[in-house]
Design a binder for this molecule. Structure first.
Ligand code: ZN
Length: 209
């Protein structure tokens, strides 16, 4: 199955991507990883990519598509793949259509308010990295790490204002893509549930796996 995954940051996309890849024995493909691997390879193309990344510029779409085409031609993609983090724009989606035929686009949908309340309840230990949630996984003593006793903090990334602005970026970028794949009859939307097992079940049903 050749699958694209869409979902807001904090919607639980990563967990479902892992589940799908394990269930179908297919790889998860991210363009970030492809770019890093290419740079590491030290080939002529790799050096070109490295120069772009080191200049602080974005790797242009046509080059990303070229790298992606190479990656999707590897033997481990013979039975399909889960594409995560790409495409993000309509031009990218159109370019992708030219190099491969996608079977389905799965959107994990969670209302913004829910994502914001989930993330703003997270507390992280700056000393040992343990993470807690004031509602779903509270520490034994409020504000104190169970593992090492340090004072827990709300990470800047989990700050409701930061989360809200990241969600806005996601919506601005992704809503056109949702429409794009809907008109092609490829879009399957699953609402993320409170319980992970429920989301997993709905995802499996939606994909028929
Ligand atoms: Zn700790």
């Amino acid at each position: 199955m050749k699958l694209i995954l869409l979902g807001a940051p904090g919607a639980g996309k990563g967990t479902q991507a892992e589940m799908i890849c394990q269930t179908l024995s297919i790889p998860q493909i991210s363009t970030g990883n492809i770019i890093r691997a290419q740079i590491k390879s030290g080939t002529a193309l790799g050096l070109r990519v490295k120069a772009i990344v080191e200049s602080g510029a974005l790797v242009p779409d046509d080059l990303v598509i070229e790298l992606l085409k190479d990656r999707l031609a590897q033997p481990d993609c013979a039975n399909g793949f889960v594409l995560d983090g790409f495409p993000r724009t309509i031009p990218q989606a159109e370019a992708l259509e030219k190099i491969c035929e996608i079977d389905a686009v799965l959107e994990i949908y969670v209302p913004d308010e829910k994502i914001i309340s989930r993330m703003s309840g997270r507390r992280t230990c700056p000393a040992c990295g343990a993470s807690f949630h004031i509602e779903y996984n509270p520490p034994k003593t409020e504000g104190i790490c169970d593992m090492c006793g340090a004072q827990l903090v709300l990470r800047a990334d989990d700050d409701p204002k930061v989360v809200a602005s990241r969600l806005q970026v996601y919506h601005d970028q992704t809503e056109p893509l949702i429409g794009f794949y809907k008109t092609r009859g490829l879009l399957k939307t699953v609402e993320g549930q409170e319980e992970l097992a429920d989301t997993t079940r709905l995802v499996k049903e939606a994909l028929g796996i």
